[in-house]
Design a protein around this ligand. Structure first.
Ligand code: AOF
Ligand code: ZN
Length: 375
């Protein structure tokens, strides 16, 4: 027979797995998972499961409670984030939990949203519900680190994806685009896209490759993230694929405050959102912190940067790389080229004590290695 604490952990693990289904699909809300259960002689009996739905509503708890129905009375709810206490599009989850007759709530972490921030737990306790907080809190914080970073710092979590040749180059300098990685790695990149709210590139990538930046995995086409172009001088062509498909998949162009307004009209007419932020130091490019802030202000919690080594290194230089997905192809470039890893990203990989790494894992003919910064 398992103990009560074991059941709390086991059901929270299930809730965390449910929560992960929502990643990339719930912004501006966090991706939450919830399980309604009762203890049984052989371990917990699951009565209902829920996760935050696309666009962030319904929240996870009402989904799990609806599935449990009348069985929720007297049951326990394990949830990966404090149940909300504010009135949004519907009433607060804390009220729904009370009304369903839940006897006990196991919660992983407090919700950093200032509208909640401990009040959800207080309301539950005030109604006689037994509340345990902190079960698998580290894992829950990790899963929703994009949402938490946005709430606490006003910026999204940033994952950088880089492909390099076997000798460490992202491509030939100024040369045509290289196909470095194979189809298995490509498919995984598309999966990564689905798990992020937005993809970010520089305008150079748009001009050179005219990419689509959508998720093209069977069944996940609707999970394409917002496309964000860092474009200080508004050079994104209205005829680019990104602009032409802006009504199907949102496209945001972040330009410098002083970029010529005349270049904006055709983009706006195509349905592109244009945001203005200050230029970077010495008038170079954009102020990246401000650009990330603008993206977060629109609700984005998780950004995948596919903008190549220069943008990746600039993000690392301002301390904004939270994770790196590094794919190494089987062939060397065999001549001098553009190094994939710049100096700031090299420090992230080799000298940041908070960065954890996986072993490189074979994927087709490529190697895939992940790095992530625990703050
Ligand atoms: C929960 N369960 O599944 C989620 C929660 O705009 P609203 O009204 O939907 O509220 C968004 C806030 O609700 C969000 O910032 C976060 O605090 C919380 N998200 N809460 O109880 C959930 N996704
Ligand atoms: Zn809620």
């Amino acid at each position: 027979m398992s103990g009560a604490a074991d059941d709390d952990v086991a059901t929270m693990r299930i809730a965390l797995a449910l929560a992960r289904r929502g990643l990339g699909n719930t912004w501006p809300n966090p991706a939450v998972g919830a399980v309604v259960w009762k203890p049984g002689s052989q371990g917990p009996i699951i009565l209902g499961r829920g996760w935050t739905q696309p666009g962030g509503r319904p929240h996870a708890e009402p989904v799990a409670l609806a599935q449990a129905g009348a069985a929720a009375r007297g049951a326990t709810l394990s949830v990966t984030l404090e149940p909300c206490s504010h009135f949004g599009k519907t009433g607060p989850c804390s009220h729904a939990i009370i009304e369903a007759g839940i006897a006990r709530v196991v919660s992983a972490i407090e919700d950093p949203d200032p509208r909640v921030n401990g009040r959800g737990h207080i309301i539950l306790r005030a109604h006689g519900i037994d509340v345990t907080v902190g079960v698998l809190g580290r894992e829950a914080r990790w899963g929703n680190r994009g949402f938490i970073k946005r709430m606490v710092e006003g910026r999204p979590m940033v994952t950088v994806k880089l492909a390099q040749t076997a000798d460490g180059f992202a491509g030939a300098t100024g040369g045509p685009r290289l196909m470095i990685t194979g189809p298995d790695a490509q498919a995984r990149v598309h999966m990564l896209r689905a798990q992020h709210d937005a993809i970010m590139v520089g305008v150079g990538t748009v001009l050179a490759d005219d990419p689509q930046l959508t998720c093209r995995l069977p069944g996940l086409e609707a999970r394409s993230p917002v496309r964000v172009v860092l474009d200080s001088d508004l050079r994104t062509p209205a005829a680019s694929l990104l602009a032409r498909t802006a009504r199907e998949v949102p496209t945001w162009v972040i330009a410098a405050a002083d970029a010529p307004a005349g270049r904006e009209a055709s983009l706006l007419a195509a349905g592109v959102v244009v945001e203005r932020v200050p230029r970077g130091p010495a008038g170079q490019g954009l102020d990246l912190l401000a650009a990330l802030g603008a993206v977060a202000a629109r609700g984005v919690t998780r950004v995948l940067c596919e903008g190549g080594p220069t943008l990746a290194d600039a993000l690392a230089a301002v301390g904004q790389v939270d994770a790196l997905e590094l794919i190494t192809g089987p062939e060397p470039l065999g001549r001098p080229g553009l190094p994939a890893i710049g100096p700031a990203l090299a420090r992230f990989i080799d000298h940041d004590p908070h960065v954890e790494r996986t072993h490189p894992v074979p994927l087709g003919r490529d190697l895939w290695q992940s790095f992530a910064r625990r703050r």
